[in-house]
Design a protein around this ligand. Structure first.
Ligand SMILES: NC(=O)C1=CN([C@@H]2O[C@H](COP(=O)(O)OP(=O)(O)OC[C@H]3O[C@@H](n4cnc5c(N)ncnc54)[C@H](OP(=O)(O)O)[C@@H]3O)[C@@H](O)[C@H]2O)C=CC1
Ligand SMILES: Nc1nc2c(ncn2[C@@H]2O[C@H](COP(=O)(O)O)[C@@H](O)[C@H]2O)c(=O)[nH]1
Ligand SMILES: [K+]
Length: 478
C-alpha cells in the first residue's frame, strides 16, 4: 500500500479519514477475485466474528464458516459448553443450512419461538422417522391461536430436494416451483437440511472454511488469567481450530507469560494474541509465540476505553503499522473493531490485515446468540454489550466472592446495554457478508488486484477531509 502522491500523513488516521484511488486494472470481473487468507485461519473470506457473548455462538460459527469465515467463541464460556458447540458445528453440513424442526404435535407458540433462530424463516415438520411432512413459516402463524397444533397450520404440499442436488439446479427448481425454500432429504427421505434460493446461490459463490477432515472450522478465546495452559489444551482437545489469547491491554507482561504457556502446550494450533496498536506490541507478542496479532484499542462500537482513559489509536494507522511489522516478522495481523461499512473492511485489508474482526454489526442478525426483541415501533433488535462492560464483568466474576466482584466492577470499559437493530433488508449474517464481500471484491478490482496480497501491494490510499467522507455517503441513511 502507498499513499497517494507520496503524501506522508501528519496524524494517525481512522477508516473515515482515508479513501482509495482507483488504479489501472487488468482484472475483468469482481467474481475473479480470490478473497482467501493465508494466515492459518483457513478463511476463504477475510471475516471473523468477534469473541463477544452477544455475537459469537454456535449458529454464528456454523453460518460464517459455511461461507468461508470464522467465529471466535468468547473466553467466558465454560469448556464443556464450548465442547458442545464445537461438536455441533463440526457435525453440520458444509453446504446446506441446518433446518429448524418440530413435530405436528408442537404448537404455533413453539414455532414462533424457534423461527427467529434462523434467517431462512421456516420450521420443518417431521414425522417419527425425521421425514419432512410440512413447512411452517411466520405467515402461516398469523392470526392463529398460539396453542394450535402445527399439523393444522403447516403447508403439507412439500417440495423436497435430494442431498447433493447441484446448487444451480436447486435454485432453478425452487424458482420454477415458486418456492422460497425446500427441505433437503437423504437417500432414505430423511431431513438433512434446508436450501433457499439465496442459499443455493451462495454455495456457488463461497467456499466453506473447513479443517483437514472437511468439517467446518471454529475458534475460541482465552483470557490471560487463571490456568491458561489448561484451558488452551482443553479447547484444542475439543477440536477448536484456532485460539485467541485476548485482553484489553495486550502489550503487558502477563500476556507474554500467558502466550508462552499456551504456545508450549499447543504447538500446532494457530495462535492469535492481542490487542495492540504499535509495532513494539506486535514484536513482543510474536516473540512470545503469536502467529497472528490482533490490532485495535478503542475503535469498537461497545468500547469506552478511549473515553475512559484517552488510550488507543485511530484504527487505520494502527493496522498499517502493526501489519507491516507482523509481515516483516513473517506473521499476520487481524484488524479488530470499528467496522461499520464494507469500505472499512476493504481499507483494513488494503492496510495489510489478513482478516477483519466484526462484533456489533453482526450482533444485529438472526444468527447472533441473543433473543430477538421488538421495540415499541415493531422494529426487531438484539441486545449487545461490550466484553469489558459492567454486565460482562458481572457474568465473568459470578463465581468470585462478593468483595472480589465489587473490586473488579470498578474498571468498566464497555457499554452494558445497546440495541443492534436488524436491517430489514439484511437481517441475516449471510446478507451482511454478501454486502461486505461484494464491496471488498469490487475494491480489489478498482486496485487491479486479483487476490488480497495483490490488493495490499497495489492499493493507493489518500487522506480526506470530513467533507470528503460526507460526500462519499449517500443522501439516505446508510
Ligand atoms: N480492543 C479493545 O479496545 C478492548 C477490548 N476489550 C475486550 O474486553 C474483554 C475483557 O478484557 P479485559 O478487561 O482485559 O479482561 P481480562 O479478563 O482479560 O483481564 C485483564 C487482566 O489484565 C490486568 N490488566 C492490567 N492492565 C490492564 C488494563 N489496562 N486493562 C485491562 N486489564 C488490565 C487486569 O488486572 P486488574 O483488573 O487487577 O487491573 C486483569 O488481570 C476482552 O475480550 C477484550 O478484548 C476490553 C477493553 C478494550
Ligand atoms: N474497550 C472495549 N472493547 C471491546 C469491548 N467489547 C468488545 N470490544 C472490542 O470491540 C471489538 C468489536 O468491535 P465492533 O466495533 O465490531 O463492535 C471486539 O472484537 C473487541 O476487541 C468492551 O467492552 N470494551
Ligand atoms: K469506541
Amino acid at each position: 500500500m502507498r499513499f497517494h502522491n507520496g503524501e506522508v500523513p501528519q496524524t494517525d488516521l481512522t477508516y473515515s479519514d482515508v479513501f482509495m484511488v482507483p488504479t489501472q486494472s487488468a482484472v475483468t470481473s469482481r467474481l475473479a477475485v480470490d478473497l482467501s487468507t493465508r494466515d492459518g485461519s483457513g478463511a476463504a473470506v477475510p471475516i471473523v466474528a468477534s469473541n463477544m457473548t452477544a455475537v459469537s455462538g454456535r449458529r454464528m460459527a456454523e453460518t460464517l464458516a459455511r461461507r468461508g469465515g470464522l467465529a471466535v467463541i468468547p473466553q467466558d464460556i465454560p469448556v464443556d459448553v464450548v465442547a458442545e458447540a464445537v461438536e455441533w458445528v463440526k457435525s453440520r453440513d458444509t453446504v446446506t443450512d441446518t433446518a429448524l424442526t418440530l413435530t405436528g404435535g408442537h404448537t404455533v407458540g413453539d414455532a414462533l419461538a424457534l423461527l427467529p433462530k434462523r434467517a431462512h424463516g421456516a420450521v420443518i415438520i417431521v414425522d417419527d422417522d425425521r421425514r419432512p411432512v410440512g413447512v411452517v413459516t411466520e405467515h402461516d402463524c398469523v392470526g392463529v391461536d398460539r396453542f394450535s397444533q402445527l399439523r393444522y397450520v403447516a403447508s403439507t404440499d412439500v417440495l423436497t430436494l435430494s442431498a447433493g442436488t447441484p446448487a444451480e439446479d436447486a435454485f432453478n427448481r425452487l424458482f420454477e416451483a415458486n418456492r422460497k425454500l425446500a427441505p433437503v432429504v437423504d437417500a432414505d427421505g430423511r431431513l438433512s437440511g434446508i436450501v433457499t434460493r439465496p442459499g443455493a446461490l451462495r454455495s456457488t459463490l463461497y467456499r466453506p472454511n473447513t479443517d483437514a477432515a472437511g468439517r467446518l472450522r471454529i475458534a475460541a478465546a482465552i483470557g490471560i488469567n487463571g490456568d491458561v495452559a489448561k484451558r488452551a489444551a482443553q479447547l484444542v482437545e475439543t477440536g477448536v481450530d484456532l485460539l485467541v489469547v485476548d485482553t484489553a491491554h495486550g502489550h503487558q507482561e502477563r500476556m507474554r507469560e500467558a502466550l508462552s504457556l499456551v504456545r508450549a502446550v499447543v504447538p500446532d494450533t494457530p495462535l492469535v494474541a492481542g490487542n495492540v496498536v504499535t509495532a513494539e506490541g506486535v514484536a513482543d507478542l510474536v516473540d512470545a509465540g503469536a502467529d497472528i496479532v490482533k490490532v485495535g484499542v478503542g475503535p469498537g462500537a461497545m468500547c469506552t476505553t478511549r473515553m475512559m482513559t484517552g488510550v488507543g489509536r485511530p484504527q487505520f494507522s494502527a493496522i498499517l503499522e502493526c501489519a507491516a511489522e507482523a509481515r516483516r516478522l513473517g506473521r499476520h495481523a487481524w484488524a479488530d473493531g470499528g467496522v461499520r461499512h464494507p469500505r472499512d473492511v476493504a481499507l483494513a485489508l488494503a492496510a495489510g490485515a489478513s482478516n477483519v474482526m466484526i462484533g456489533s454489526w453482526f450482533a444485529g442478525t438472526y444468527e447472533s446468540p441473543g433473543d430477538l426483541q421488538r421495540d415499541a415501533d415493531g422494529r426487531l433488535y438484539k441486545e449487545n454489550f461490550g466484553m469489558a462492560s459492567a454486565r460482562a464483568v458481572r457474568l465473568r466474576t459470578a463465581a468470585d466472592s462478593p468483595f472480589e466482584q465489587a473490586r473488579k466492577a470498578l474498571f468498566e470499559e464497555g457499554i452494558s446495554t445497546s440495541r443492534m437493530y436488524l436491517d430489514p433488508a439484511r437481517p441475516g449474517v449471510e446478507d451482511l457478508l454478501d454486502t461486505i464481500v461484494a464491496g471488498v471484491r469490487s475494491a480489489c478490482t478498482y486496485a487491479g488486484a486479483s487476490d488480497l496480497e495483490e490488493f495490499h501491494e497495489r492499493a493507493v490510499i489518500g487522506v480526506q477531509s470530513a467533507a470528503g467522507f460526507t460526500e462519499g455517503a449517500p443522501l439516505s441513511d446508510w
